[in-house]
Design a protein around this ligand. Structure first.
Ligand code: UN1
Length: 511
């Protein structure tokens, strides 16, 4: 049992030390517009200045000026910058993880894992810097060559969320940088410190490798800062991670000026558990996916669709595991569940639990606040499991908190229908030892998400695959595979070396 919480002074000292080691001159950012807080104790740590819309314009202009230089730097040389950045991240892994725990409340192992995700994407991007392949196609005309080339796009605006304060920016920034783009980053207002630390390390990597300054600019502030970035005509691509509500505002605004967007929005991720599933594996995987990160991942498991014959057993085992979960100070090694990010999150969790019960659900475990005697301003809560008679309105919504709804099914077709019958489409899983069930889940008329797993929970994707989802999740893809293409401009080139005019489609225009 975790019974104590670090003092705010300890947390503040950890943040100051980590920032100083990463090269952040905190004094230069002090002010009274933004309050950097920690969910560990709920207290304020520092007052910071915010940028103005005019500062955003200046940052975009500086990034655009840097782009004009960077786009003609050979891609493998751009990779050398990202390689150095990855080394600095490795050197400062602990510092960045400390800051992630301070600001997002992640437990040690998950905070280190998030920084590892940054290091991994650096490795990926360095390799990619030598693999920005275009295709050559057979031309239908003699003496002609048809091919495509990929060119840098411009300034990429990155809007990131509190729950992955550094990894998601890194997926975007490292890939954008090797693609020859520059970046203006608007981090969540809840996590300004991690953004300052990453930016300082990237600036250092730029200096050391002779890359232009201003390749990555950070702008701090509330939504008007993000809006200015979204509306900037000098920003051809906006990559935004956050709620579906945010995406509904961002997507049309970017489209209205013919910009592109990569949207990574809400998820309402489910896993199907079939009678053949290995139950020990399923319960283990589900507990991490549903209760890990205190339910605050976009990939968090929110619905478990269990075959009726095994539902009681699964719920019993899950409930027992939930009762044993050590909840508390995320800096303590024994902790598995840290705090919710703030009171508003806790209120939303309570409201959803109350609605679930009104809609016929039975609360099996969780929902109650923990440690409020030792840390009254923080919001530690036991993750909750609710059995639902059907997929009601509250189940179809994403509540960004640790609530796992359990539904039952009799026939796999029914399970897949239930699975897909939500507005969101990020991540999914099936637990089964039956190959044909797994294949049905993976098939075209199976799970409709961007990520579909077998015998794995919904969260914790590797960087090598493309990350993102369908429907109200926004359709964007980031990170690995060929997601890089969204960060580049494709040119189709036809070269005529025949010495004669030959028109395509057999058109004859000779006189
Ligand atoms: C997010 O929550 O926005 O798959 C990203 C995962 C992590 C990324 C989550 N690799 O859970």
């Amino acid at each position: 049992m975790v019974t104590e919480v670090s003092s705010t002074d300890d947390v503040r000292a950890k943040a100051e030390n980590a920032l100083a080691r990463c090269g952040v001159e905190l004094g230069a950012f002090k002010g009274d517009a933004i309050t950097a807080r920690t969910p560990v104790t709920g207290a304020a740590l520092f007052g910071l200045r915010a940028d103005t819309p005019a500062d955003v314009d200046r940052a975009v202009e500086a990034a655009q000026a840097a782009f004009l230089d960077w786009r003609t730097t050979p891609a493998p040389a751009r990779g050398a910058l990202v390689k150095r950045f990855g080394e600095l991240l490795t050197e400062h892994k602990q510092d960045l993880a400390d800051l992630v725990t301070v600001e997002a409340g992640k437990i040690r192992s998950e905070a280190l894992g998030e920084v590892q995700e940054m290091i991994d994407i650096c490795d990926f991007a360095v390799g990619l810097s030598r693999q920005l392949y275009g295709r050559t196609m057979p031309s239908e005309r003699p003496g002609h060559r048809l091919m495509e080339t990929w060119h840098p796009l411009g300034v990429v605006g990155v809007i990131s969320a509190f729950n992955f304060p550094v990894a998601v920016w890194a997926w975007n920034a490292t890939v954008a940088l090797v693609c020859g783009d520059t970046v203006v980053w608007k981090p969540s207002e809840l996590t300004p410190l991690t953004a300052l630390a990453c930016t300082a390390l990237l600036d250092r990597a730029c200096t050391e490798t002779g890359a232009p300054a201003h390749l990555n600019q950070v702008v701090l502030g509330a939504s008007e800062i993000g809006e200015r970035l979204v509306d900037s005509p000098l920003v051809p691509l906006i990559s935004a991670t956050g709620s579906t509500r945010m995406g509904r505002a961002v997507g049309p605004r970017v489209a209205a000026r013919f910009g592109r967007s990569i949207l990574e929005l809400g998820g309402n991720n489910a896993a199907v558990v079939t009678p053949s599933a290995d139950l020990a594996l399923t319960v283990n995987a589900a507990v991490f996916a549903a209760a890990g990160t205190a339910g605050q991942r976009c990939t968090t498991l929110r619905r478990l669709i269990v075959h009726a014959d095994i539902a009681d057993t699964v719920v019993e085992q899950l409930t027992a595991a939930y009762r044993r979960l050590p909840i508390g100070d995320p800096f303590q090694d024994a902790t598995l569940v840290g705090p919710l990010v703030n009171e508003a999150s806790y209120d939303r969790m309570r409201a959803s639990l109350a609605r679930a019960v009104e809609e016929g659900g039975t609360l099996c475990v969780g929902g109650e606040r923990q440690l409020s005697d030792v840390a009254p301003d923080s919001f530690y809560v036991r993750p909750a499991i609710v059995r639902m008679p059907e997929q009601t309105a509250v189940v179809r919504e994403e509540t960004f908190a640790p609530i796992l709804y359990v539904l039952t099914y009799r026939d796999l077709g029914e399970a897949i229908r239930l699975h897909n019958d939500v507005p969101q489409g990020l991540s999914s899983g099936i637990f089964t030892a039956d190959q044909s069930e797994a294949e049905r889940f993976l098939a075209a008329d199976g799970a409709d998400c961007g990520i579909v797993n077998v015998n794995i929970g919904t969260s914790g994707a590797e960087i090598g695959g493309a990350f993102g989802g369908e429907k109200e999740t926004g359709g964007g893809r980031e990170s690995g595979s060929d997601a890089w293409r969204a960060y580049m401009r494709r040119a189709t080139n036809t070269v005529n070396y025949s010495g004669q005019v030959a028109l395509a489609q057999g058109v004859d225009f000779s006189r």
